[in-house]
Write a protein that binds this ligand. Structure first.
Ligand code: ADQ
Length: 441
């Protein structure tokens, strides 16, 4: 079997390697099993200089090769072009994108540096799988260095319509670099169609396929069952005093539609007063990318909204909204999902959104909760049993919440069964195996 070479912006830190958690790592775990693997990427450390060569260490069957970034490269490549330009653009948020020519140059330069360091470690029959928007030009840089191995690329985030992508300065060059890969994987058919149309506009083609990412439903369900009886879950249930829990779990990111979600909850309290005092909304949203201006502004906005909503609707013995910007352990969250009567997942745009799938996996099949889901999350294409809403419209979110809270057990079980079947159809393991099989052929 060919060696698998995974390339991702962040490589799991040594302490994370024994117990891989989170989307990408969980998906890849099954692909790695029993395979000779090299995992290459940024260490997460910044220093005075970007490393010219990777530092290599081994953990079981996996070899890790990492590069440190200089502070200047971190700013231009990671914080700048990747997260202040490409992230908003790919989520169709042109108004939030910040372009600087120097950031683009640094992005290209870092991809070149990665390629040079990686090329030295490659063997001709390796299967190289590059992940996400930080590394789009890597394939073309490797080809320039005469690498002949099979090269695959997977985009975890959405791809915008051609007219939106066209606003990216020097976008033609970036688009053309997709064609250096033998296979390009996207989350949904819509994303695949937009990429294909964009490439066509620049006169290039690529082999594009759709590979919706998933989770491992059984292991998440087991974690949820275990955590359900644990001390944190008990404390949460006790604190609810019999009220229904609405739960949101996200990174603090403007793609997740949090202000509109908070407004939607406030509309629920206002437009459907029968739920006043019988629901509590818990939003867990740990700060992410706190050094990008747009993320700091979002945090300020949410602080204000949370204060206003609680000020307006709370009573001396009840606060409707609980908002946490610190992180909560993954297993604890699994238990919280199981307790929640409603999972509230309303991104304005999302590649897939694994939280929606985790919510479904965590439910008690005898008495499952309902999922209110944005129709602009990749997951919406699979989740017929969800209550789909337009995440830009707080009134519609409120209506969705009302429907979820009023739904009888029979309908909840029927909808949940459809969703559980869907998350079992596209698991993390199937995603990785499907992509690699197609790349190999
Ligand atoms: P993210 O934008 O990070 O991922 P998502 O898919 O929802 O979004 O979450 C990925 C993982 O992070 C999940 O396992 C989730 O449980 C975890 N996570 C999210 N919020 C958390 C929190 N508050 N505390 C602890 N864990 C949390 C990107 C794309 C998505 C795509 C994934 C995978 O933006 O669209 O689904 O990659 O491809």
């Amino acid at each position: 079997m060919a060696r698998l070479v995974i390339v991702s912006n962040r490589v799991p830190a040594p302490r994370e390697r024994k117990q891989l958690a989170g989307g990408l790592a969980v998906g890849l775990q099954d692909a790695i099993k029993g395979r000779d693997t090299l995992w290459f990427g940024w260490s997460g450390a910044t220093g005075t200089e970007t490393s010219k060569e990777a530092t290599i260490d081994r953990s079981g069957k996996v070899e890790f090769a990492t590069i440190d970034l200089s502070a200047a490269d971190y700013h231009g490549f990671y914080r700048g072009f990747s997260n202040a330009m490409l992230w908003p653009l790919l989520h169709s948020r042109v108004g939030l994108a910040e372009f600087r020519r120097t950031d683009l140059e640094t992005y290209q330069q870092v991809n070149r540096t990665f390629a040079v360091a990686l090329q030295k470690l490659l063997r001709p029959d390796d299967l190289v799988w590059v992940h996400d928007y930080h590394l789009i030009p890597l394939g073309a840089e490797l080809r320039r260095l005469k690498v002949t191995s099979k090269l695959g690329f997977f985009l975890h985030v959405p791809f915008p319509p051609p007219a939106v992508f066209d606003t990216l300065p020097k976008g033609a060059e970036l688009a053309k670099s997709f064609s250096a890969y033998d296979l390009v994987g996207m989350q949904t058919k819509e994303d695949a169609g937009f990429l294909e149309a964009t490439l066509a506009a620049y006169g290039v083609t690529a082999q594009i396929g759709t590979y919706p990412i998933g989770i491992n439903p059984e292991s998440f369900a087991t974690a949820a069952r275990r955590a359900d009886g644990g001390p944190d879950a008990r404390r949460l249930v006790q604190s609810l005093g019999g009220r229904a829990l609405i739960l949101g779990v996200d990174r603090l990111d403007y793609s997740k539609g949090l202000p509109q979600r908070f407004e939607g909850f406030a509309k629920l309290l206002k437009n459907f007063p029968q739920h006043r005092k019988s629901v509590t909304f818990l939003q867990v949203a740990p700060v992410s990318r706190g050094d990008v201006a747009q993320y700091r502004a979002l945090r300020r906005e949410l602080d204000g909204l949370a204060g206003r909503i609680n000020g307006e609707h709370a009573d001396f013995d009840w606060a409707p909204l609980r908002y946490l910007t610190r992180s909560v352990a993954r297993n604890t969250l699994a238990g919280f999902h199981r307790i929640a009567r409603v999972g509230l997942v309303t991104p304005l745009r999302d590649g897939m959104n694994l939280v929606a799938k985790e919510y479904v996996a965590a439910q008690n099949p005898e008495d499952p909760g309902a999922l209110v889901l944005s129709r602009f999350a990749g997951a919406a294409a699979e989740m017929e049993g969800a209550i789909l809403v337009n995440p830009y419209d707080p009134d519609e979110i409120a209506e969705g919440l009302h429907l979820a809270l009023a739904m009888d057990g029979e309908e909840r079980r029927a909808r949940w069964a459809q969703m559980y079947e869907a998350i079992g159809r596209n698991t993390a393991a199937k995603w990785a195996k499907g992509f690699l099989k197609d790349l190999e052929e």
